[in-house]
Design a protein. Structure first.
Length: 247
């Protein structure tokens, strides 16, 4: 072969070798869209779940549990139990019972009203929810300030958390979205497990503190549920997930 051809072949080999290097070194996508679920799902997490309330109405829990798309299967659910100091979600009792029967790991949450006394809200939750071994810890959903001062809000949140921890013997989880946490809760509740809502993020929520659960979409579709549903991931492996459950 002539020197000219040798040089051309060597240049081509170097060029294609460089392209292969770029392909191999480029990380995979941080999320993949699943047509069946109707949303993109983060790829860095192995444990997936949903959360429901009366808005999802009657859920066919066996269909939820049996749905599997490639490597994605839903294993846990957070279920709304109470709101304020006198409201009980009308679907809670059914969801709480049927989700467990279907093999879903379940957790109950309370939607917090900062204008109401935190301890009385906790008492409503405690009267409503019987938590068993293998369940997720109770959750306080705090996402609205309703004009209450930061000091007063933190005082009532702490009253709820303390009362619920005393009743169940386990540290509750805090649910909120990123900007609300940073404005009202940061620095005062950093030692509580965090379930954070932050949508349209490709790989992880943009928050500086450690978190356990991430609600990454409110637009998901699941077999057995007619309405759209929130999707979540757990930030850890199966042993870390089991360690979080109520003993």
């Amino acid at each position: 072969m002539r020197p000219f051809l040798w040089g051309t072949a060597a240049a081509a080999a170097l060029f294609f070798g460089y392209l292969f290097y770029l392909w191999a070194a480029t990380p995979g996508p941080s999320s993949v869209r699943y047509r069946e679920f109707g949303i993109s799902i983060p790829t860095a997490y192995n444990i997936h779940g949903i959360d429901v309330s009366r808005y999802q109405q009657n859920v066919s829990w066996k269909l939820v549990k049996d749905m599997r798309v490639n490597d994605i299967q839903l294993g846990f659910v957070f279920i709304k139990a109470t709101e304020g100091n006198n409201l009980v979600d009308p679907y809670f009792g059914r969801n709480w019972k049927k989700a467990k029967e279907a093999g879903m790991i379940r957790g109950a949450y309370h939607f917090f009203n900062p204008k109401k006394d935190g301890k009385s809200q906790a008492q409503r939750f405690i009267k409503t929810v019987t938590i068993e071994s293998g369940d997720l810890p109770p959750v306080l959903d705090i996402e609205k300030g309703w004009g209450v001062s930061k000091t007063k809000l933190q005082q009532e949140v702490k009253a709820w958390l303390d009362a619920v921890e005393a009743a169940y013997g386990v540290k509750p989880i805090l649910y909120t979205y990123v900007t609300f946490y940073e404005k009202y809760l940061q620095g005062a509740f950093d030692d509580y497990p965090l379930w954070v809502a932050h949508y349209y993020q490709p790989g992880s929520p943009r928050i500086s503190r450690a978190w356990h659960f991430w609600q990454h979409s409110e637009e998901g579709h699941v077999n057995g549920i007619a309405a759209k549903v929130d999707f979540n991931v757990f930030n850890g492996d199966s042993s870390e997930f089991r360690a979080l459950l109520v003993p």
